[in-house]
Design a protein around this ligand. Structure first.
Ligand SMILES: [Zn+2]
Length: 203
């Protein structure tokens, strides 16, 4: 017998789509929302609608922000000739928290993954190349997860830049993060050290 009301079942399904939230946790959150005081649902709805209407994506770097360009891209204190390439917006957040990086970012919005059907055209590589050219970038600093997808994405971008005969230094955080590790979940100390000692990569 299916005893879960349809609307609650739909809520569980939506919550289950969030990365890191399995079916059990989705169910727990859904029940929490349903039995919570009505002002919680009100606050949640308000917050979601604000996020939807006020959050923009920076047309330069792809970071989420309340302004376009974002605060980092529009700051005169940041070195626009060093671009840190990351997979997703939350990676910018964790790197910013270390206060070790003073360049700008480029959010790819994913990594190349043939298994998941994500190719180079599905992520923001063209925009990255045009930023490299127009800002006369001198260092491309890869802060991608040290796994097969991160490595494939890095090699692909490096090969495009090389083909264009653009002279810049490639560096990577990868060696400072354990293999199979994750930028997002790295502790600030490890990440700080990895940024400071980022190594030059040759291809
Ligand atoms: Zn930006």
């Amino acid at each position: 017998m299916d005893i879960l009301p349809k609307s609650l079942e739909d809520l569980v399904k939506i919550l289950n789509e969030i990365p890191g939230i399995g079916p059990k946790t989705a169910e727990r959150i859904a029940f929490f929302i349903v039995v919570s005081k009505s002002d919680f649902i009100e606050k949640l709805l308000n917050s979601l609608s604000k996020v939807k209407s006020e959050i923009k994506v920076c047309s330069e770097c792809g970071m989420v922000s309340d302004s376009d360009p974002c605060k980092i891209c529009s700051s005169s204190d940041r070195d626009k000739q060093i671009i840190c390439v990351v997979e997703k917006p939350n990676d910018v957040l964790v790197i910013e928290k270390t206060e070790e990086f003073n360049g700008v970012y480029h959010v790819l919005g994913g990594v190349i993954s043939p298994i998941e059907g994500i190719g180079p055209r599905d992520i923001s590589i063209d925009k990255l190349i045009s930023r490299i050219v127009s800002n006369n970038v001198k260092e491309l600093f890869f802060a991608l997860d040290p796994d097969a997808e991160g490595e494939t994405t890095l090699s692909f971008i490096v090969s495009i830049v090389r083909k264009m005969n653009i002279n810049l230094t490639f560096t990577s955080i990868a060696k400072g993060i354990p293999m199979g590790g994750n930028i997002e979940y790295s502790d600030p100390f490890t990440l700080s050290k990895a940024i400071k000692s980022r190594s030059k990569i040759e291809y």
